[in-house]
Write a protein that binds this ligand. Structure first.
Ligand code: PYC
Length: 432
């Protein structure tokens, strides 16, 4: 593979840093009235790349960035059939956390939170990670038991998580109705202080800018129409803009992952469901932590601008549609008002949907496949955005070294045949 930069440069990290934004540059641009220069430029499609990544969301962009930054592999193309960050990476509710249920999941998502912690500095781009704490409410004994279980697994791995009672919950979120007489009283919550929200577009743009700076080609409006495989190995991809020869193809898509897998002859145990979300008009800041209620199928956080961002469970049927439904808004409003009756006058501004690729155990499918050179980073269900950095880092290492890193080994496609499932359903934000 083509190493674009010297090992010395990579070790020092010098060449991997894109230019910094500064207060001085901001002032200069403000005074001059000049438009900001483009942060990356369209490049011609090369006939050959060392690595072709399908999917220009956070997973694809992060994998491209870490291939170039950590391994010096920059003859890389990221292909997206639409625009960068236009799929799940721009449609999620931007919640970050590592309070999972299995040791494998906790270890994996904790690495992602660590990378997110330093991402603004790494990328030279403010991703606005706001660690405001994350509360998963328990409304019955069974949920409380799962929260205690999660807290213990978390603590064993050094993750800050604990079960707290209604009085403490009320202190953290005074507008929650913690009274006993409601339909689903709040009995306790899993409190995870390192959880929070990030600006998802900034994460996508930051990775795109940094990857392009290192020589990665980002091709929007470039749809993969076929994958050429012969003798059990990948030879290239066909696109609406022409063919590309490559020994390595990485499927980083969400929503379309099974269709791309089929092109390479790799079947994936995935079903695709829409997940809807909505945002309100801005209101005065009153909600600090992220609040999740599995029983009421709702999660909510307040943005720095004051809007409330809501999400729910995936729709109850498989589909590739990203149109919103009235059923969703009605259900959401009813459930939100049970949690916070004071919101009854707040108006919804917008709703939208993304596509979630659900696996049988709610864990992703990552690593090499039986087709040599065809890698997968798919099956993210409702957890994809928070895993972007660690997935990119691990997939880059997997491709560059030819070995599966320990942190993603539990998520191999072969686990379904072997019966080694990594059950993360109990860590889902809401019941799906
Ligand atoms: O797992 O935190 C989560 C989540 C929030 C929205 C969808 N998934």
């Amino acid at each position: 593979m083509e190493a674009a930069r010297s090992a010395d440069e990579r070790r020092s990290g010098r060449a991997s840093r894109p230019p910094r934004y500064s207060a001085f540059a901001l002032l200069r641009h403000g005074l001059s009235g000049q438009p900001w220069p483009r942060v990356w430029h369209e490049q011609p499609l090369r006939p050959r790349y060392d690595v072709v990544i399908i999917g220009g969301g956070v997973h694809g962009l992060a994998a491209a960035y870490y291939l170039a930054a950590n391994h010096g592999i920059s003859n890389v193309a990221v292909l997206d059939k639409s625009y960068l960050g236009g799929g799940g990476s721009g449609r999620n509710t931007a919640i970050l956390r590592s309070n999972y249920l299995t040791p494998e999941g906790v270890h994996f998502y904790d690495r992602s939170v660590q990378l997110y912690d330093n991402l603004s500095a790494t990328l030279g781009y403010n991703v606005m990670f706001s660690k405001r704490g994350h509360l998963t409410l328990a409304h019955n004994d069974a949920s409380l038991r799962t929260m205690r279980w999660r807290a213990e697994v978390n603590k064993l791995q050094g993750i800050d998580s604990d079960v707290i009672g209604p009085a403490e919950i009320k202190k953290l979120a005074p507008y929650l109705d913690t009274s006993a007489g409601v339909r689903y009283p709040i009995l306790g919550a899993l409190y995870h202080p390192p959880g929070g929200v990030v600006r998802h577009d900034a994460v996508n743009w930051g990775y795109a800018r940094a990857a392009a700076h290192l020589g990665v080609h980002l091709h929007q409006n470039t749809e993969v129409t076929g994958i050429d495989v012969a003798g059990g190995r990948v030879l290239g991809v066909r696109t609406n803009r022409g063919a590309i020869a490559t020994p390595v193809v990485v499927n980083c898509t969400a929503g379309w992952s099974t269709l791309i897998g089929d092109m390479a002859g790799v079947r994936l145990p995935i079903q695709t469901f829409p997940l809807q979300a909505a945002v309100t008009e801005p209101v005065k800041s009153f909600l600090h932590p992220v609040i999740v209620s599995g029983t009421l199928h709702v999660y909510v956080s307040q943005t720095d601008r004051g809007e409330l961002v809501f999400g729910a469970s995936v729709d109850p049927f498989t589909a590739y549609s990203t149109r919103g439904s009235l059923e969703f808004t009605e259900g959401l409003a009813g459930n939100v008002l049970q949690l916070m009756p004071a919101l009854s006058k707040v108006r919804l501004l917008r709703q939208w949907a993304g596509l979630c690729d659900m696996t049988p155990d709610f864990s992703p499918v990552m690593g090499p496949t039986d087709v040599e050179g065809f890698y997968v980073d798919v099956g993210w269900g409702t957890y994809g955005f928070k895993a972007g950095p660690v997935s990119g880092e691990a997939m880059a290492e997997c491709i560059a070294s030819g070995r599966t890193p320990e942190i993603i080994a539990p998520f191999a496609l072969s686990r379904f045949g072997a019966g080694h499932l990594v059950g993360e359903k109990g860590a889902a934000a809401v019941g799906h």
